[in-house]
Design a binder for this molecule. Structure first.
Ligand code: SF4
Ligand code: SF4
Ligand SMILES: [Zn+2]
Length: 271
């Protein structure tokens, strides 16, 4: 006789596979939570193995990031034309608004602290040593991840906005010229390469974002994924220096660790 399967939470007899919950909402929720936990633990276990295989201390602080597996593909001229139209519209609006009073003094709300991915946020030159250390840590993490979050920039015109184009116009004026909407549009498109990350942002090249920080959108300059937000919150809470941390980039598709980045190694290479 086949033994009767029972709900693992409440013990009610159930049909179906052993270990399955009964039909009660509480038992099904509990089972779903357990499945999520088991998966997260497995992911963390594999990440830890990758860390040790890379010669990193398993006792030091470490965390995971996403990983962008996308390959580089040729930039499609049709997509470029769509991007041109989009930037041009933003540029026209930005210049209209910006000439309203006289030209305002430069005040673009830069925080000069956290940025993304893989280099200093605008204004980072004036940031504190700690902000710079955090900046370096984030850049290291994002380099291992290869810009998972930049995939969305493809659907959204690199997240550019009227505010971004207004800021770009001011940058150009600082160098003494008075850009037209076409000038600004051409400036942006001049940073496109021959390839970009498949299905992602057109500016996402093989070594990260091709746009200089000053031309990137507010979203791009400020965004941090959930994983990095947690790490930075931890540093803020526990006062941990950003100087000792390793990041394991884990593919969200198959849960496999794909790269290990260590701040200690990054620093020793820079010496
Ligand atoms: S912010 Fe997160 S998702 Fe984006 S590049 Fe950095 S690690 Fe990857
Ligand atoms: S503009 Fe740069 S940072 Fe922003 S989504 Fe595109 S590649 Fe990423
Ligand atoms: Zn039950």
């Amino acid at each position: 006789m086949i033994p009767e399967a029972r709900c693992t939470r409440c013990g009610t007899p159930v049909r179906g596979a052993p270990g399955a919950p009964c039909l009660s909402l509480d038992c099904r929720t509990e089972a779903a939570r357990r499945a999520v936990r088991v998966k997260a633990e497995a992911r963390r276990g594999r990440a830890l193995e990758a860390l040790v295989a890379a010669g990193e201390s398993a006792h030091g602080p470490w965390s995971t990031t996403p990983f962008n597996p996308a390959r580089q593909v040729s930039v499609d001229p049709e997509q470029v034309e769509a991007l041109r139209a989009q930037i041009s519209t933003l540029a026209v609006a930005a210049l209209l608004e910006d000439t309203r009073p006289a030209r305002r003094a430069r005040s673009d709300g830069r925080s000069g602290d956290l940025g993304h991915p893989a280099s200093g946020a605008p204004g980072a030159e004036s940031a504190s040593p700690r902000a710079r250390a955090v900046e370096t840590a984030i850049a290291t993490a994002c380099a291992g991840c290869r810009g998972w979050c930049c995939r969305y920039g493809g659907r959204d015109g690199a997240h550019l906005s009227v505010a971004t184009l207004r800021r770009a116009a001011r940058e150009v004026r600082e160098d003494g010229s008075d850009p037209s909407a076409d000038d600004l549009t051409d400036l942006y498109l001049s940073y496109l390469g021959a390839t970009h990350s498949e299905d992602g942002c057109l500016f996402h090249g093989d070594r990260g974002c091709r746009l200089p920080r000053d031309l990137r959108s507010e979203v791009c300059n400020a965004f941090l994924c959930g994983e990095l937000l947690e790490v930075v919150a931890g540093w803020n809470r526990d006062g941990l220096g950003a100087g000792e941390h390793a990041f394991v980039a884990v593919s969200r598709a198959d849960g496999r660790p794909r790269s290990v980045q260590s701040l200690a190694k990054a620093a020793s290479k820079a010496d």
